[in-house]
Ligand binder design. Sequence first.
Ligand SMILES: [Zn+2]
Length: 246
Amino acid sequence: MSTGQKKNHVRVLVVSAHAADFVWRCSGTIANYTSRGDEVKVLCVTHGERGESGPIWKLKEGIKVEEVKEIRRKESEEAARILGANIVFLDWGDHPLVIKGEHYDILVKHLREFRPQMVITHHYCDLMNPDHIEVYNATMRAINLASVSGVQRETVPIPPVQIFLTEPHDPELVGFNPDTYIDITEVWPKKLEAMQAMKNSQGWLIEDFKRRGKHRALLSHRYSADQSVEYAESFKRVIPYVGSFF
Ligand SMILES: [Zn+2]
């Protein structure tokens, strides 16, 4: 069976629990890939309509959940357009997000069709947001399912993928020890623009993630000879590096 994929073309799959998580936590890295012609697909598992849309619920008396979701969808689509990424909304409902049964068939289908070399998702511990942990667990299980021969026999299992976990809100509290820093200085204007697309629903996070970007850049100066990094994103690598030399 042909997979229909071009060689030497990097495909990055981002699995984002809520509508804007991919923007805050890894949009600079997304923009790095898309700006050199690689392909990024964002799976938005939910719109974050219940738990991450506080100001939208206050827009007018009696606003309906479908209206909240529509606003969030438009924001996320705009952010994805700015970043040059494709975006798909699974709309499985948040707070609480429960991923089960048939949801895995859909995740496996996306993995088998897109065939990413890299997957970015949430960190396995996020005490303040169990939806994020749910998405980490589901992503890991789906990658496992997509890689075995006995599942969805009509499509081709995926080879091993690199997996990177994004920085949670409270890194020290949950033992987030990043081992990968990505320089996003050149694409910072794009990240800023993508964050601005979220200003009506989660605008207070823009300043937060500006500071985080600067903080991670400062730390990256300690680990690298490159002192020119102004903004960075940090990640935890799941799959170990394999090679003949370090
Ligand atoms: Zn979230």
